[in-house]
Design a protein around this ligand. Structure first.
Ligand SMILES: [Zn+2]
Ligand SMILES: [Zn+2]
Length: 333
């Protein structure tokens, strides 16, 4: 089958002899239609995140349609449209047993520790393939997973309608945090150095602010996670406010215990989402149409444009994604 693989850092190729996935008894076989690219994928692409093998199939945000189901699967059927929850948690470790599956110690991460979604067909544990109505577009399929990340961050911060919020960064995660906030009646302020991205944030309803005159916010979402945005977050958060860190960097930052105590700060890391509620709630929200996450996307690239899509994604205005629907339609036609 066809697949889009990383052969070495910054080298992406389309191949047509990739091995077919083996369908387990509790799995469904999904014909992929669309896959989004995010910062974690770019970490793999750039070689900062090491994968178990090369060449490697990347991608963890997307969905398609069920082509076949394993022998033990009774609640999914071929022809169903599905979006994939790409963190396969163990349900057995201490964190999973308490419901904090995002901290699972044995989590399989699609596209990072297990092969990704940028392939013609993938085998997915049935419980991680969420059925959606046929009316949900390919574009929306791409956005559900990163939107679940954004909504989980907002949920964990306990944001209420009267809270003043600041979002640092208007890359795809920043834009989706803005959308998650707008959906609960909060118009966030946003700081972003790239003018095109800032304009897109404004277009979806956020308020651009200058990095020097940001003000004081009950909640600051840091979607970049750099030492620079960390400093900006600490300067912008109000007393007893929350700094919610979503973006990641391995560079160390400094903060005195005096500052934490005197300003009564809450520093909250937010990693992915907890199964099943966060993902299920996000699927329900996009199905109901209360959010239109596809507004944060740029034009989809066909498989042949994947190398360009990866190369441009860091600075592109809007979220990048690969449109695999041509593979599906050629198959049916
Ligand atoms: Zn992602
Ligand atoms: Zn676990």
């Amino acid at each position: 089958m066809r697949a889009i693989v990383l052969t070495r850092p910054r080298q992406v190729e389309v191949v047509d002899n990739w091995p077919e996935p083996r369908l387990g008894s509790d799995e469904v076989l999904v014909g992929m239609r669309a896959v989004g690219l995010c910062g974690s994928d770019l970490g793999v692409y750039e070689g900062h995140r090491v994968t178990p093998a090369l060449p490697w199939v990347m991608g963890h945000e997307g969905g398609g349609e069920i082509l076949a189901v394993g022998a033990d699967v009774t609640d999914r059927h071929p022809g169903q449209r599905v979006v994939i929850e790409p963190n396969y948690v163990c349900f057995a470790c201490r964190s999973c047993r308490t419901g904090l599956t995002s901290a699972c110690s044995a989590r399989g991460i699609v596209g990072m520790t297990i092969p990704g979604l940028l392939a013609e067909r993938v085998a997915v544990p049935a419980r991680f393939a969420w059925p959606v109505p046929a009316s949900v577009s390919d574009e929306t399929l791409v956005c559900v997973e990163p939107l679940a990340v954004a909504r989980a961050a907002v949920r964990r911060a306990g944001v209420s309608e009267s809270d003043e919020c600041l979002v640092l960064g208007a890359g795809s995660q920043g834009l989706l945090v803005c959308q998650a906030l707008l959906a609960i009646g909060v118009r966030p302020c946003v700081i972003e150095p790239l003018a095109g991205r800032l304009a897109l944030a404004e277009r979806i309803g956020a308020k651009p602010v200058d990095r020097d005159g940001a003000g004081e916010f009950r909640v600051v979402f840091d979607t970049a996670g750099t030492p620079e945005t960390w400093e900006l977050a600490l300067r912008s958060v109000s007393a007893a406010g929350d700094v919610v860190v979503i973006g990641m960097s391995d560079q160390r930052v400094s903060l005195s215990t005096m500052e934490v105590t005197r300003r009564q700060l809450v520093i909250r890391g937010s990693l992915i989402y907890d199964h099943p509620a966060d993902f299920g709630d996000t699927v329900a929200a996009v199905t109901a149409g209360t959010l239109e996450p596809a507004r944060v996307l740029r034009q989809g690239m066909p498989p042949g444009g994947a190398a360009d899509a990866f190369a441009q994604a860091r600075s592109a205005r809007g979220k990048s994604w690969i449109d695999l629907s041509g593979w599906r339609e050629a198959r049916h036609g």
